[in-house]
Design a protein around this ligand. Structure first.
Ligand code: RIB
Ligand code: CA
Length: 316
């Protein structure tokens, strides 16, 4: 069966790492590129982590280096609390063998989209800077994209500095997000969905047990151990595997229920809700729906998909 070509634009990141590992374990997907953007940690670290993840998981794909800063407002994020100093928890990577692509992320995305002849599923699970630049540089990009799915936004926020109306990926670069929502149909897996899919300590225990001592399961085992400790012991939100839910929603349509609404992003820095994905739930704007919003989640199914992922690596 022909595999679906996918690209993952990301800011690895612990949950980004689960997302890449889950996508790589899916027999129906072929990861043709991983592209890195600044977000959870600096671009220097997200870039290196993208190369290391591709190496460790044996993914034969292009790795495109993207934006080092948001389009408008620079932002230095210290996510070491949630993601560890390395950005990937306690995971230890050897120095990467893989080399970055000679083209920047936005050109890699466009080239692979054209090559896919409209079959590409594009995921963005970090700030949307690379996607916005790709659309600025290549305005016909949307016609080559089968589906565009993000982890971001939602019906509430998690960036406390903004009065909790903005979600991190959108808030880091609201101008990029605004442009992307205006130019592409978005499948949006937001915080309302990811929080509803939070894992339990028992879920992590089962994932760790399934991994056993298998060398090929090192990454997902280490991620699971770190996530359990950092959430259950330290109080961070690592039991919410935000990015993996976006991937899972395109693997199994039963894991997330999407509803179609008009959504726009507030990018006025003076607005009290800067970075909010404003969802027209009641159809009051009269504008045509441009977004599929993840509204319901099958949490047990999501947890089972992550356990099956662990089993895939343990049995490799
Ligand atoms: O708000 C959660 C999102 O922000 C996730 O993608 C996480 O990796 C961070 O990028
Ligand atoms: Ca991310």
């Amino acid at each position: 069966m022909n595999k679906t070509p996918i690209i993952i634009d990301c800011d690895p990141g612990v949950d980004d790492s689960y997302a890449i590992a889950l996508a790589n374990s899916c027999p129906d997907f072929e990861i043709v590129a991983i592209t890195a953007v600044e977000g959870n940690v600096s671009a220097e670290i997200t870039r290196k982590n993208a190369l290391c993840l591709a190496d460790m998981l044996g993914i034969n794909c292009r790795v495109g280096f993207g934006a080092e800063k948001p389009l408008v407002r620079p932002y230095k994020r210290d996510a070491s609390g949630t993601h560890g100093q390395s950005g990937v928890g306690t995971v230890k990577f050897p120095e990467p063998k893989k080399q970055p692509d000679e083209k920047p992320a936005w050109d890699v995305i466009y080239e692979e989209a054209v090559k896919s002849e409209g079959k590409l599923v594009l995921f963005a699970i970090g700030p949307l800077t690379n996607i916005a630049i790709a659309l600025r540089e290549h305005p016909d990009l949307p016609k080559y994209i089968s589906k565009f799915c993000i982890m971001g936004g939602g019906t509430f926020g998690n960036v406390t500095a903004t009065g909790a109306k903005a979600e991190f990926n959108i808030w880091i670069d609201p101008t990029a997000a605004k442009e992307v929502f205006e130019k592409m149909t978005v499948y949006m897996v937001g915080l309302n969905a990811t929080h509803a899919a939070a894992l339990s300590a028992q879920d992590f225990d089962e994932m760790i047990e399934i991994c056993g001592s298998s060398e090929s399961a090192y990454l997902v085992r280490e991620l699971s151990k770190f996530s359990k400790f950092n959430s259950m012991e330290k109080g961070h939100d690592n039991n919410i595997i935000h990015d993996a839910l976006a991937i899972a929603s395109m693997i199994n349509p039963d894991v997330v229920t999407y509803e179609n609404y008009y959504v726009f992003v507030e990018d006025d820095p003076q607005a009290e809700n800067e970075g909010e994905t404003v969802i027209d739930l009641k159809g009051e704007t009269g504008k045509e729906a441009n977004c599929y919003v993840a509204m319901k989640v099958n949490k047990p199914l999501f947890a089972d998909m992550l356990k099956d992922m662990c089993r895939y690596y343990a049995e490799k």
